[in-house]
Ligand binder design. Structure first.
Ligand SMILES: C[S@@+](CC[C@H](N)C(=O)[O-])C[C@H]1O[C@@H](n2cnc3c(N)ncnc32)[C@H](O)[C@@H]1O
Length: 401
């Protein structure tokens, strides 16, 4: 949590000025137009029930609606992430912009960026959210923003083509309407989930498909409706689960759970551990049978699973064995060294494959922004080329430079 200067806690204007300063300091805001938009829009009026310090916190979301299990299905996104995405979008005055996933606040920021000659449409699948966004927008002086109730999977054809489409829920795929709905030099900014990790990717049009301009790790509530993610998940025991979006990977919960009870084999790569975004992307695309291992705090504290699994860690799985990445402090490798924990009858061969990738990463690709991510719509080639992930509407292809 970002702490706010005590004297300001009841003064939204002062809190907003602090927020803009801090977003600049943290390089989330890097341009004057985005700074001016954040300074202009009264963020707290889009979170009328939240305490002011929460509304103006840089990194926390404000809950708006939960599902029957108590999980967030709509939040006001964290200011830091909104700033990063608006910088990625590079919105100019006069543009026509579609936001998928409403709340009101981000649409108001976009309205500030496009100015009075621009047009902003925001669409949400949930009537409560659309109604709430409408009220907040009208109440804050942004009555010109259009609100639409629909599944964003099909876009909002009425306003096409858009100069920018900005998606604010974690998307598992890129439906055709998001590409065809863009102008020829349009940009799509989307939190795309690839092998269990979500990155906000700014995509430009590239022939029939898309090519990344920038990417940043991001967390979002999941997309609902037609485009909702379809992943297979195996709960091994309370607090331990593996999941994968690779249809070729089979998860045998019973055998993998049994593997965890066998002695753990720990090996170290001698290679640096850093740049987790790029490393993770590389691993999940290169591992021959990739899944994601998640463990709860209790399980980690019991010593059964390493802390690397708390937020999910790329795992290599076979029918009855599992290997995943760990790290330890090591000044000789620049601060941290990556390693592998493996369990089960094939622990040694899985650990070898994993360690080789960790070393190859450190040797050949260890650089921020080293990946170019493409989305190629249409039927996937068979067999699927190396470094690609199969989606429903096309493939994600990653190249390294
Ligand atoms: C993180 S919230 C949006 C935050 C908002 N942009 C803001 O200003 O802070 C994500 C929203 O996406 C919406 N959503 C999820 N799936 C959707 C879909 N298929 N089409 C349109 N909206 C969707 C949810 O209802 C939720 O309100």
């Amino acid at each position: 949590m970002t702490t706010i200067d005590e004297p300001h806690v009841h003064d939204p204007d002062a809190l907003r000025a602090d927020m803009v300063r801090a977003l600049r300091d943290q390089d989330a805001i890097t341009s004057e137009p985005v700074a001016a938009a954040f300074a202009a829009v009264p963020r707290h009026r889009f979170a009328p029930d939240a305490p002011l310090d929460l509304a103006y916190d840089l990194h926390r979301t404000v809950p708006v609606k939960k599902d029957e299990h108590g999980l967030d299905i709509s939040v006001m996104s964290a200011a830091h992430l909104q700033a990063v995405m608006l910088e990625q979008a590079n919105i100019e005055p006069g543009m026509k912009v579609l936001e998928i996933g409403s709340g009101g606040y981000n649409a108001a920021l976009i309205q500030e960026l496009v100015g009075s000659d621009g047009v902003v449409t925001t669409v949400d699948i949930d009537r409560d959210i659309v109604d709430r966004a409408r009220l907040c927008l009208d109440d804050s002086g942004y009555g010109q923003v259009k609100t639409v109730l629909a599944d964003g999977e099909t876009g909002v054809p009425d306003g096409t083509p858009y100069d920018r489409i900005i998606v604010t829920a974690a998307a598992w795929d890129i439906p055709p309407s998001w590409i065809s709905g863009l102008t020829g030099n349009g940009r799509l900014v989307v939190p795309l989930t690839v092998r269990g990790t979500t990155r906000s990717i700014a995509f430009d049009r590239d022939g029939e498909g898309l090519v990344s301009h920038s990417y940043r790790l991001a967390r979002f509530v999941p997309m609902q409706g037609e485009g909702a993610a379809k992943e297979s998940k195996a709960v091994l025991r309370d607090g331990v689960a593996v999941q994968t979006d690779d249809v070729r990977v089979r998860l045998n919960a019973e055998a993998l759970n049994h593997a965890l009870d066998t002695p753990k084999m720990e090996s170290w790569s001698g290679a640096a551990y850093d740049l987790p975004d790029e490393l993770e992307l590389y691993l999940t695309l290169q591992l021959s049978s990739a899944a994601r291992l998640h463990a709860s705090k209790d399980v980690v504290e019991s010593g059964l699973v390493d802390a690397s699994a708390l937020l999910g860690v790329p795992a290599l799985v076979s029918e009855d064995s599992i290997a995943y990445r760990i790290r330890r402090e090591n000044e000789d490798t620049g601060g941290f060294e990556s390693g592998v924990v493996a369990h089960g009858p094939q622990a040694e061969s899985l650990a070898d494959e994993y360690l080789n990738l960790l070393r190859r990463w450190a040797q050949d690709h260890r650089r921020r922004g080293a990946a170019t991510i493409r989305f190629l719509p249409g039927p996937a080639p068979s067999p699927l080329p190396q470094d690609t992930v199969l989606k429903r509407h096309g493939i994600v292809a990653v190249s390294w430079h």
